[in-house]
Write a protein that binds this ligand. Structure first.
Ligand code: PLP
Length: 330
């Protein structure tokens, strides 16, 4: 191929920046399984603080963060509520059932892409006799990946939390890309995370860290989560090498606005070229067009198919001129 591929498959394809690699090289480390890694401890304190929680636990992946949360919230055979095509439902290999032993109840997006209404949440919890399934957890996703990076705001979050509490549910937020939601809305990220029992955020998506997610909660739950992480094989020793890159990544949250602008540029260009495009709310563009993913690849544009659409994701390793280049190839 005479040109390089513009990789829009996911915001997980980013490479660690020179600053991250330097921070990893310089990181002060300990044994985080045995007792303490100072750089890991700094990262955990900082993320707990930014998200408005008492404590945080680093985990190697967002999937493990979600799984640990579900394992803490669900007893065998409990039902949990999640919006259609949530990552915990569609993309975690059924661990919510396999390992957390929950029974999924799928909520429609009746408030808009990715978002159930508070009424739907309330109505999904059944008031039956003693043999009725017990529903114990609401799991929300902001931004909603397969709904095209769709955002809900603090007001909606508060209303959904209230509906869940009213029905006695615990709440877990899959906030893999909640950083994008906060930047898109122009609010502190804690406005979109406070009030849940547990929140999972990814460092390795738009923020560009090479590895890692964080689970936040109160101190008692994080103590329990640390035990479950070890049980799942997720304890790491000199984790500070990874945490150091994440501390650098956290300094760059504001630059997600560039990715959002690039997504809008791409969406406009695709529309001009005859594609049907959902207006992007963050860094994800869902579209239907005349080319398949394989045909796009032949043009040096890497995308993926999700929920029957073509998905393009902007990230810090694609520039405005890369987007313009992609559009000219189309
Ligand atoms: C990527 C993602 C996860 C899981 O993160 P991994 O680090 O890939 O396990 C969870 N939820 C959402 C919405 C995601 O997009």
């Amino acid at each position: 191929m005479h040109f390089s591929t513009i990789d829009l498959r996911s915001d997980t394809v980013t490479r660690p920046s020179p600053e991250m690699r330097q921070a990893m090289y310089d990181a002060e480390v300990g044994d985080d399984v045995l007792d303490h890694d100072p750089t890991m401890a700094r990262l955990e304190e900082r993320v707990a603080d930014v998200l408005g929680y008492e404590s945080a636990l680093w985990v190697p992946s967002g999937s493990m963060g979600n799984l640990i949360a579900l394992m803490m919230h669900l007893r065998r055979g409990d039902a949990f509520l999640a919006p259609e095509h949530a990552h915990v439902l569609d993309s975690e290999l059924g661990t919510a059932a396999w390992l957390a032993q929950g029974i999924p109840r799928i909520l429609p997006h009746d408030a808009g892409p990715g978002r159930p209404t508070p009424e739907t949440v309330a109505a999904a919890v059944s008031d039956g006799p003693y043999f009725t399934l017990t529903t114990t957890l609401l799991c929300l996703e902001n931004t909603h990946n397969f709904a095209g990076g769709a955002v809900f705001d603090a007001e909606e979050w508060t209303a959904l939390l209230a509906a869940a509490r009213e029905r006695g549910l615990s709440v877990h937020l899959d906030g893999a890309r909640v950083w994008n939601a906060a930047v898109a809305l122009g609010v502190p990220v804690s406005d979109l995370t406070r009030g849940a029992d547990t929140v999972q955020v990814c460092l390795s998506k738009g923020l560009g860290a090479p590895v890692g997610s964080m689970l936040v909660s109160d101190a008692a739950r994080i103590t329990e989560a640390r035990r479950i992480r070890k049980m799942l094989g997720g304890g790491v020793r000199q984790g500070g090498v990874l945490a150091a890159a994440s501390l650098v990544a956290l300094d760059t949250v504001d630059s997600l606005a560039d990715d959002h602008a690039h997504a809008r540029l791409l969406a406009d260009g695709l529309r001009e070229r005859g594609w049907t495009v959902d207006e992007p709310q963050t860094n994800i563009v869902l579209a239907d067009g005349p080319l398949t993913v394989a045909e796009l690849a032949d043009l040096g544009i890497a995308a993926v198919g999700v929920v029957g659409r073509t998905r393009f994701v902007t990230h810090r390793d694609v520039s405005r001129s890369d987007i313009e280049d992609a559009l000219s190839r189309l």
